[in-house]
Each structure stands twice: as C-alpha cells, then as structure tokens.
Design a protein around this ligand. Structure first.
Ligand SMILES: Nc1nc2c(ncn2[C@@H]2O[C@H](COP(=O)(O)OP(=O)(O)OP(=O)(O)O)[C@@H](O)[C@H]2O)c(=O)[nH]1
Ligand SMILES: [Mg+2]
Ligand SMILES: [Zn+2]
Length: 318
C-alpha cells in the first residue's frame, strides 16, 4: 500500500492516543484513523483540523495542525492541558448538588473571555431545590456581566433541554465543568446515539474502563443543523483545577471585561488593584459596579501568573 495525505478532524483524545475522522472520506477510508504525533512536536486537541499522512489502512501520523481559531486550555507553572480547539461556545455545566466551585466558574469565564469564546452557563439539577437559592447567589456576579444562564434539569425536565437546542444548532460547543455536574447526562439527552459513538471510539482507542477520562467530539442530530452546518458537542472530563498561568498581567486585566472602563485610571500605573490608594478598580467595588469576588480572583490569578513566570525563568537558567 502507498501512503497518502488527507484532512481530518480530531474527534477523540485519550492521553496521547487520538482518533481522527476524514473530512471528505473516500469509499476506501475507514471511519476513523488512529493518529500519532511525531514526537512531542504537535500538541493537538479535540476539534483540531489536521493534515494526515496515512501509514496503514487505519493509522496515520500528523503532518500539520491547520490554523486554529482558538484553543481552550489550562496550565500551571509546569504543564498545560488542552481541552478543545476551534470551539464556538463553552457550555459551563454547574449543578445545585454537589455544590460547584465559584473559583472554577470564575476561571472558566476568564478563559472564555481571553480566547474570545462565547460562554453559556448551564445550572443543572434544578430538580434538587435545597441548594438552588445558594447557587443563584453564586451566579449573581455573572448575571451582572450579562453571561447567559440557563436553569435546567437534564434528567427531569425535557423542556428545559429542548429550549437550549436553538443555541447549539450549527455551533461547536464544549461541555466543561467539575466531575458530577451532569455533562455526560446532558450529552446523552441531546445526542441519543452518543453512547454508541463512545463505544465505537473506545473499542478503537482501547480505553477500557477509563472512558470518562477521554475527550470526545459528537455531531448533533438533525435539530443541530443550521444553514448546512452540523453543530457538535465536545464532552470533556471533569476537572478540579483550572490554571491560567499562561495569561500575562495585561491579558488578565483585559479578560476581566468589567474592569475595562477603569483601566488606566488608577493613581499608580503598576497598580495591582489589591490595596493601593487611588485604585479605580477598588473604587468600582465600593460603588457596587464591580464584584469583590472578581477582584479577589484577579489577584489570585495575577499571583499564579507571576509565580509561573518565576518558575519558567528558573528552569531556563538550569
Ligand atoms: N437529580 C439530578 N441528577 C442528575 C441530573 N443530571 C445528571 N444527574 C446525575 O448526576 C450524576 C453525574 O452525572 P454525569 O453526567 O456523569 O456528570 P459529568 O459532569 O459527566 O461527570 P464527569 O464525567 O465525571 O466529569 C449522575 O448520577 C447523573 O444521573 C439532573 O438533572 N438531576
Ligand atoms: Mg462525564
Ligand atoms: Zn488599581
């Protein structure tokens, strides 16, 4: 057999194992190619468009990652982890129970703002009412920022799910959130064939019982097609940490969109907006225009970003 090159979409990743499906499959192409990157050269993510070189009937190596419109990832001082590429929208899934982390919510919002990706918050499990009021309180600062928030129950309220369909049609959306919030349950409600697709991927990738640690791309059914574009959902494993150490101080400031009218107005040009006199951001807090939770998050992220820079410099000098 001879090698040939083709374009493909990365549809599943599990550790360093990947599956990609041909964009314009010919009759002789398999449904998926098992793809490998040559060494550590290519850091790929689900949603990436790739140029592949086939090496056998159903295996290929990555020649090239086609230009991305965005890449959602998290990082700390030591490593970074891709979540998804080329997404139109982030669906941040939170639940009434178990309670969600407001810190993670804040970080997801910053990641979205930084990459210029639309964010939609789904508050799931509203059938469990005991913690509903508390959840709404934690969401108040985000309502204030005009981020759309939908109250749903994946298991017990089909209408709440259907109401969201128009927002998913024709778009690639990634489900993110902590473990147990209901991401996979949502996926299975919207895409009844998802579990069958998962099984197909798993057989190929041989992930066995670790299927929930994989990240996967699923086409939406007919309601998800808009103007000829097939929308999709990317299911990602739950995480407890969302490091944003890769954002510089200036990138951070600009990702807190509500800070923008105040930027450049602090008394000190290198103001960290934590304690300085004449800080315009802190004035915004006392006037009720900016939430103090968000300023605290900014300071935490700034601290992590600076720490990461110090660590990196330390490594380079070794
Ligand atoms: N009461 C209630 N339970 C729900 C609802 N949606 C999901 N659950 C339950 O919440 C649990 C976790 O759901 P999953 O869909 O596995 O959560 P996940 O976010 O995919 O979790 P990870 O894959 O670990 O990241 C399951 O037991 C679901 O049955 C809901 O609307 N109401
Ligand atoms: Mg899941
Ligand atoms: Zn300031």
């Amino acid at each position: 057999m001879h090698n040939s090159s083709l374009k493909a979409l990365l549809v599943a990743s599990y550790g360093r194992n990947y599956l990609a499906r041909p964009i314009h499959p010919s009759s002789s192409d398999p449904a998926f190619y098992e793809v490998k990157s040559r060494g550590k050269k290519h850091e790929v993510a689900v949603g990436d468009f790739l140029e592949l070189q086939t090496t056998s009937a159903d295996q290929a190596v990555i020649e090239k990652i086609l230009p991305r419109k965005n890449l959602l990832f998290r990082s700390d001082a030591f490593r970074s982890k891709s979540i998804a590429a080329n997404v139109d929208q982030i669906l941040l899934v939170l639940a009434t129970e178990p309670g969600f982390s407001p810190d993670l919510l804040g970080r997801a919002a910053i990641a979205a703002a930084h990459e210029g990706i639309e964010l939609r918050i789904l508050l799931n499990k509203i059938d469990l009412k005991d913690q509903l009021i508390k959840a709404r309180e934690l969401l108040a600062p985000y309502q204030h920022l005009h981020i759309p928030i939908h109250e749903i129950s994946a298991k017990f309220n089909a209408d709440s799910m259907r109401a969201l369909e128009p927002f998913l049609a024709g778009k690639v959306s990634v489900l993110v959130g902590q473990s147990g919030m209901g991401k996979s349950t949502l996926l299975n409600q919207w895409i009844p064939t998802a579990s069958a697709q998962t099984r197909e991927h798993s057989t190929k990738l041989d992930t066995g019982k670790h299927t929930t640690t994989a990240c996967r791309y699923y086409d939406l059914p007919s309601w998800g097609i808009k103007e000829g574009i097939v929308g999709a959902l990317i299911d990602s494993p739950g995480f407890q940490e969302f490091g944003l150490a890769h954002l510089s101080e200036s990138e951070l400031q600009h990702s807190f969109t509500e800070f923008s009218p105040y930027l450049g107005q602090c008394r000190f040009h290198n103001c960290t907006h934590s304690h300085e006199p004449g800080c315009a951001i802190l004035d915004g807090v006392s006037q009720g225009q900016i939430s103090s939770t968000r300023v605290k998050l900014f300071n935490q992220l700034l601290h992590e970003s600076r720490n990461a820079t110090i660590q990196t410099q330390g490594h380079q000098s070794l």
